[in-house]
Design a protein around this ligand. Structure first.
Ligand code: AMP
Length: 379
């Protein structure tokens, strides 16, 4: 079987690596160059999008900010999974919030703002502090503003106006204004849905962010009450979208309750630990669902964690002296803050995993991994 992935980044690469043993061939469509490439070398050229669509049995995506023209072309072929509507919903916070409201899934109080009158009425009707997020093309903390006091409103609005005017997406931009949630921690659920409607969820993952970017994910399988809540939300959202493939949902935990922050219609950074910690990795399960093969078990085989490597292309070799450490480089050129790879690490129980994580944190250079030690100490 042949799969075309829209997007040629690390997620397409890891889908290709997971597909090889299944004898499934994965190619990637680089939206920047409009060429179909090999997701590992990126250098081999297999033609343009039309050629890629014609050659593929199935098409999927590794990110949600894909032009609607490209999505329409892929959907017309009948090979695109998940649907263009599901991908668009993940790429537009307005559609995402509408879906959460329609499916009665708890999320932060919010208003959609397109002009100054909307902005003023959102500030008047919601409780401060507020977080404001661009509806389109906002990710990893970009396109966001925080308002703690009404006196800041005018300056923030000026900035938002500039942001909206500078938008080049060709689609009407807007801002979603949300009440800040006083969360205890951030968790996510990665799950998979088949074309026949079967759903399977991985254990909830605790996520630690640094400057708005995921730094460490931890999967322990010890939150049964929360797991049930998250699974219910996952099923509601995935069923409403008639979703096919892996879908990730990010939550805020407040006490014993979960509120959805956002959804990602794709394999997700907080699910990378599944490569070593689950019966079937998220990458293999996504490909299985897209290719209409039976889904693989999402059971945790051992407590696991993932540490992101941001902005550096080297780590000390003695990390390999720690049992169970697995390295995943993405083969990308170095840029400040860029996701360059990740380290997976596991243990037979939580105590062994946290012991190994603290060994790892001691070896990793503080300049490149500024807050990993502190987070590991808090476990
Ligand atoms: P997002 O791009 O929506 O994932 O937001 C980036 C980060 O901002 C999240 O990981 C949270 O740490 C924080 N954040 C986003 N929305 C809220 C909210 N409503 N309340 C509190 N923190 C938030």
């Amino acid at each position: 079987m042949k799969v075309l992935v829209l997007g040629a980044g690390q997620l397409a690469r890891m889908m290709a690596l997971a597909s090889k043993p299944l004898n499934i061939d994965v190619k990637a469509y680089d939206v920047g160059s409009n060429r179909v490439v090999d997701p590992l070398s990126l250098s081999v050229d297999y033609g343009d999008l039309d050629q890629g669509i014609a050659d593929a049995d199935f098409i999927t995506a590794e990110f949600e900010h894909i032009s609607h023209d490209v999505l329409a072309l892929c959907e017309q072929s009948g090979k695109l999974f998940p649907s263009s509507q599901a991908i668009k919903t993940g790429g537009d916070r307005r559609l995402e919030k509408t879906l959460l409201e329609q499916t009665h899934v708890t999320n932060a109080k919010h208003k959609v703002v397109a002009n100054k009158a909307d902005f003023d009425s959102a500030i008047a009707s919601l409780s401060l502090p507020l977080i404001m997020k661009s509806a389109l093309a906002g990710y990893d903390g970009k396109g966001q503003w925080r308002l703690k006091d009404k006196s800041e409103a005018e300056a923030i609005w000026q900035d938002i106006q500039l942001f909206i005017e500078g938008d080049t997406s060709g689609q009407p931009q807007a801002i979603v204004v949300e009440q800040m949630v006083p969360f205890d921690r951030e968790v996510s659920m990665v799950g998979v849905r088949s074309k026949t409607g079967e759903t399977l969820a991985y254990p909830l993952t605790e996520n630690h962010h640094s400057k708005g970017v995921l730094s460490v994910s931890l999967a322990l399988n010890e939150h049964q009450h929360l797991q049930a809540q998250a699974t219910e939300a996952f099923d509601k959202i995935a069923n409403a979208l008639d979703y096919v493939g892996v879908l990730a949902i990010e939550f805020f935990q407040v006490g014993d309750s979960l509120l959805v922050n956002e959804i990602a219609p794709r394999v997700h950074n907080s699910g990378h630990w599944t490569q070593q910690g689950a019966d079937t990795s998220q990458f293999e399960n996504h490909i299985r669902a897209v290719c209409q093969l039976p889904l693989g078990s999402t059971e945790l085989v051992r407590p696991s964690a993932m540490v992101n490597i941001l902005g550096t292309d080297t780590v000390p070799n003695n990390i390999f002296e720690i049992p169970s450490v697995t390295m995943h480089w993405y083969g990308k050129g170095k840029r400040p803050g860029r996701k360059m790879g990740h380290i997976n690490i596991c243990g037979k129980d939580k105590a062994e995993l946290t012991m190994r994580l603290s060994q790892l944190a001691k070896i990793l250079p503080k300049d490149d991994f500024p807050d990993v030690s502190e987070y590991v100490k808090s476990l």
